[in-house]
Design a protein around this ligand. Structure first.
Ligand code: IPE
Ligand code: IPE
Ligand code: MG
Length: 237
């Protein structure tokens, strides 16, 4: 099935780490650790499958509502992950980029993010877009502010703004999402990539993220293959 109707941009709402751990009698933090391992595996596998962009929801702007202990644990995990795990993944030619607001993030987290982005900036096999302190509405608001600045300064003409050029103002200028996966039983977007998901095929799966491995991704890709994407038109054959 190599490259045969493979989605160019796959996005994953990596949900269910906490419940995965709780059901095993472990602490929520164990679930986050296990989720990290799954992501490492999936990013390599996605590349192997020919997916060009993999966007993953790691931490939402609203996740700051959680306990300080959980937030701190996650931030430490991210740093460790960027420094030690992603490094290996990146030898495979994966370019790491980030989406989200930098404010409210600890300096050591930002430093680790910048380090891994710089290290992988010339990689061209595929892109891993990590959404960290990310909100879909925030992204649209932030894009609108940049657009307003560019119009005021004459860099952008109003007549040149349309739904395609709007992408240039998002955190990363990536293609629209073809396949959006949410693990962990919930059927909602939770403020994830609202602009880019406009015609995404949506795949909800009960599996908690730590258990969403190669076989589960293949099942999602099979689902995608079976869809008839009309984009508002009518099927002709
Ligand atoms: C997703 O798992 C990871 C993050 C939001 C950081 P959760 O932590 O939301 O796990 P559940 O949904 O409580 O099981
Ligand atoms: C979405 O999961 C955010 C991430 C996966 C990072 P949440 O667990 O935060 O979403 P809700 O609260 O169930 O909507
Ligand atoms: Mg959750």
């Amino acid at each position: 099935m190599m490259n045969e109707n493979i989605p160019k941009h796959v996005a994953i709402i990596m949900d269910g780490n906490g419940r995965w751990a709780k059901e095993k009698g472990m602490k929520r933090s164990e679930g986050h650790k296990e989720g990290g391992k799954t992501l490492e595996l999936l990013s390599r596998y996605a590349k192997k499958r020919g997916i060009k962009v993999l966007s993953v929801y790691a931490f939402s702007t609203d996740n700051f509502k959680r306990s300080q202990e959980e937030v701190d644990f996650l931030m430490d995990l991210f740093i460790n992950y960027f420094k030690n795990k992603l490094d290996k993944v990146c030898k495979d030619g994966i370019k790491v980029v980030f989406s989200g607001r930098k404010n409210l993030l600890r300096k050591d987290v930002i430093d680790a993010m910048e380090e891994i982005s710089a290290k992988t900036k010339d990689n061209q096999e595929c892109i891993l877009n990590i959404c960290l302190n990310y909100g879909g509405q925030e992204e649209i608001v932030d894009a609108s502010l940049k657009i307003s600045d560019d119009i005021k300064s004459g860099l952008l003409l109003e007549k040149d703004l349309n739904r395609d050029t709007f992408y240039h103002y998002l955190y990363q200028d990536l293609p629209p999402i073809d396949l959006l996966i949410r693990t962990g039983k919930e059927h909602r977007l939770s403020n994830f990539m609202l602009y880019q998901a406009f015609y995404a095929e949506i795949y909800f799966v009960d599996t908690y993220f730590p258990d969403f491995k190669e076989q589960e991704l293949d099942e999602a890709l099979e689902y995608y293959k079976s869809r008839d994407r009309r984009f508002g038109g009518i099927k002709t054959n």
